[in-house]
Design a protein around this ligand. Structure first.
Ligand code: FES
Length: 271
């Protein structure tokens, strides 16, 4: 039996026989990611208000170089003050945000989502594209997306750094030059951020391949099999983890930037 050959060039852009609201999901992704990008750009280049008390915004962690404008930023910094020769638009966030953003940008889930939402490639399943050729990810520039695995290694290190920030968010100024243990709303928010980012990062497709790939019989390697099952479990809801963690990163920053300065002290100390 022969099939008539279907090609994209025979269709008008966005032509489809679908009757459902297929455009709703790409539109929601466009709005959601677009808002995050706009807010992220504002915050990354603002270069200010990223520390309040013991709380450090995840958009600025780790602080490689502190700045004069932000009190205590040098105490958090790894290498002291920002060098004077550094151009003004280079904020502490600019120096590090390319790493978590690179991880998200090359994520298998996000790729599928923003290809549809931002350049309609394709707009959705069985909806024709507004172009007549497709070069895919086998050629430049999208072949660069294969770098995702290396961003995964960095993202795992970032998880450790953000967990350490939660530890530091447990120690509050005691008013006598020392610190005292306590828990604040901000501490809980930053801890929630690590949990959600952990769910997203540890459910990565590349990690699943790393822990479960190569061996022929996974059942013969019980530890790897267990790890594979754990990663697979998170991977099943990768999209959900991706969105929850993205929203929570933004919310954590909003809390440190806008909310806690306006409400003053938000913590309870125990000693
Ligand atoms: S595939 Fe989404 S984080 Fe790796």
């Amino acid at each position: 039996m022969t099939h008539p050959e279907l090609t994209l060039t025979e269709s008008r852009p966005f032509q489809t026989q679908r009757r459902d609201t297929w455009w709703l999901q790409p539109l929601a992704v466009f709005v959601g990611l677009g808002l995050f990008v706009l807010y992220g750009l504002f915050r990354v280049f603002e270069g200010n208000h990223f520390i309040h008390g013991p709380y450090l915004s995840p958009l600025y962690s780790p602080v490689l170089f502190g700045t004069e404008e932000v009190m205590h930023s040098v105490e958090h910094s790894w290498f002291g003050m920002m060098p004077s020769w550094m151009p003004g638009f280079i904020t502490p966030a600019v120096l590090i945000m390319w790493m978590p953003l690179g991880f998200r940008f090359t994520c298998y889930y996000y790729r599928g989502a923003y290809y549809k939402a931002f350049w309609a490639d394709p707009p959705s399943c069985t909806v024709s594209e507004p172009r007549n050729n497709y070069r895919g990810e086998h050629s430049f520039p999208l072949i660069i997306q294969n770098i995702h695995r290396y961003f995964l290694y960095i993202a795992i290190i970032f998880l450790g750094i953000l967990a350490y920030d939660v530890w530091k968010a447990l120690w509050f100024d005691d008013g006598n030059g020392g610190t005292t243990f306590g828990i604040g709303v901000g501490t809980i928010i930053l801890a929630g951020n690590v949990v959600l980012l952990g769910g997203y990062t540890l459910g990565c497709h590349s990690l699943r391949h790393l822990v479960g790939g190569v061996v022929d019989l996974l059942s013969k390697v019980p530890i790897r099999r267990q790890a594979y099952n754990c990663v697979s479990c998170l991977n099943r809801r990768h999209m959900l983890w991706a969105w929850m963690s993205l929203c929570w990163v933004g919310f954590s920053d909003v809390y440190v930037r806008f909310i806690v300065p306006s409400i003053g002290q938000d913590w309870i100390t125990f000693f």
